[in-house]
Design a protein around this ligand. Structure first.
Ligand code: NAD
Length: 476
């Protein structure tokens, strides 16, 4: 039986803890009980990590594509071997069902293997110069990367950031969420065990604002990769401006799902309902605003309510559980406020709307319908298991609603009309659009948003290039 591990930071390959450092209690969201104490970095730890990252960059920028690929592929093999333990640890600290944690591990290994392949495709180009000058355009690693990863994909988020930096030839200081540290440590340890030089990747934890001010205030850091809320993303972008640090910002969304009356509603529900309860709705690309054509509105709303009400909620380590608790006490508090506010404004609660029990952070899968557009939940990312279902007359009104908010991460549309599919793909403002599918993303596809959902991409060739800079060399 997997035990939750004792916790540490990894600085210069050493496991760092104790020494009078402040600590943070990592909590099991099923019970609210403490799993372990996490040591938090003090300024001296961060200075040491920065100094080591500089050395790490000097080493790794000279590594060959084969060396980078071997580390990534070796780590992918180790992660697969250690998969059962890693998945259980992720479930213990984040709450998601174990099957979802295993899917997350496949995301990481898929990405490491893809990024390994990319190391040998980081081509530049040679320019045509009739006068005989030789001009080349090259990609070079950007430098030491700071990466701040959130708690909702405790394995996948750190994996994406580590894989990109390592494939590009950068060093990286990872600050994953303090609430889910053991998963991130497991991924980093696999890379070190696969032969990554200890200076290249390190893990610190701390008071987030202290860590970010310290690292982004240093001239050593050349790039920030952040995943989290739009509010914090904007704050970090301002901090980065002072040192002109490049950024990849993967921020919040408010996923619109357009359901037209030419599709089989049950076919949509078969993926939209489990899509909504996946990780308790704590997914940046979660389907959120169901924008349903009025002819099929009632069938869709009732079908969604029936399916969500039948979701088996419980401890994600137990067989058959489809949805675990929310990850931390802030989430059910937020859900209660969203539901109360929507109710006050006149929305209907078709199922759910309440906490479950008085232990842990459980919240019922919920359907709200006929929600006025000025309700908070129609404007702020819910990040929870609440489906918002409203009726609309026609395509024009549906597209207008999809594009109403300043977010643009993932959007989905269901229609069998091919001409309409093309119009939607062109007109919906989002970084990712799923047509008749909730499956978006993959190791080979860019993942990222527009407007307040951020900028830049993770995954795909673009995810590796995001840790690189261009240099044009002109030789006379
Ligand atoms: P939050 O905005 O305080 O934190 C989000 C993440 O950012 C956490 O991992 C946190 O550790 C980190 N963070 C916070 N302040 C930071 C700072 N100054 N420097 C560096 N990192 C910092 O809130 P939260 O309660 O953890 O989550 C609430 C909201 O965040 C959600 O409603 C959702 O909108 C968003 N969120 C988005 C994602 C995503 O995948 N895009 C993931 C987690 C949370």
């Amino acid at each position: 039986m997997t035990q939750y591990p004792s916790l540490h930071m990894i600085i210069d390959g050493e496991q760092v803890s104790g020494g009078g450092r402040r600590t943070f209690d990592v909590v099991n969201p099923v019970t609210g009980e403490t799993l372990a104490e996490l040591p938090l970095a003090d300024p001296a730890d961060l200075d040491r990590a920065l100094e080591v990252a500089q050395k790490g960059f000097a080493i790794w920028r000279k590594s060959t594509p084969q060396q980078r690929a071997a580390v990534l592929q070796g780590a992918a093999r180790l992660i697969t071997e250690r998969g059962d333990d890693l998945a259980r640890i992720a479930t213990m600290e984040e709450g998601k069902p174990i099957a979802e944690a295993k899917m997350e591990l496949m995301m990481v290994t898929g990405w490491f293997n893809f990024a390994a392949g990319e190391t040998s495709r980081l081509y530049g180009r040679e320019l045509v110069r009739p006068v005989g000058q030789r001009s080349t355009v090259r990609w070079e690693p950007v430098g030491p990367v700071a990466a701040f990863a959130p708690w909702n994909f405790p394995l996948g988020n750190p994996g994406r950031k580590l894989g990109a930096a390592i494939a590009a030839g950068c060093s990286i200081i990872l600050k994953s969420a303090e609430e889910t540290p053991a998963s991130a440590l497991g991924i980093l340890q696999a890379l070190l065990d696969a032969g990554l030089p200890k200076e290249v990747a390190q893990a610190v934890f701390g008071v987030p604002d202290e860590v970010s001010r310290h690292l982004l205030g240093s001239p050593i850091i050349r790039k920030l990769s952040f995943t989290g809320s739009t509010v914090i993303g904007k704050h970090l972008a301002k901090l980065c401006a002072d040192n002109m640090i490049r950024t990849t910002m993967e921020l919040g969304g408010h996923g619109p799902v357009l359901v037209f009356d030419d599709v089989d509603v049950d076919r949509v529900l078969a993926t939209a309902a489990p899509g909504k309860t996946r990780n308790c709705g704590q997914v940046c690309v979660s389907p959120t605003r169901f924008i349903v054509q009025e002819n099929v509105f009632e069938r869709f709303r009732d079908g969604m309510a029936e399916r969500l009400a039948a979701t088996k909620v419980g401890n994600g380590l137990e067989d058959g559980v489809q949805m675990g608790p929310m990850a931390n006490p802030r989430r059910p508090d937020a859900m209660e406020k969203f539901v109360a506010n929507a109710r006050d404004k006149g929305a209907r609660v078709n199922t759910g709307g309440e906490r479950i029990g008085n232990q842990g952070y459980f919240f019922q899968p919920t359907v709200l319908s006929e929600i006025p557009l000025d309700a908070d939940i129609m404007n702020e990312e819910p990040f929870g298991p609440i489906a918002l279902v409203n009726p609309y007359a026609d395509e024009e009104a549906m597209i207008a609603e999809a594009n109403r908010l300043p977010y643009g991460l993932a959007a989905y549309a269901w229609t069998d009309n091919v001409q309409r599919q093309r119009r939607l793909a062109a007109e919906i403002e989002a970084g990712m659009v799923g047509i008749n599918s909730h499956m978006i993303g993959g190791a080979d596809a860019p993942f990222g948003g527009v407007q307040w959902s951020g900028h830049g991409s993770e995954d795909g060739p673009e995810g590796v290039k995001a840790c690189m800079v261009l240099k044009a060399v002109h030789e006379g």
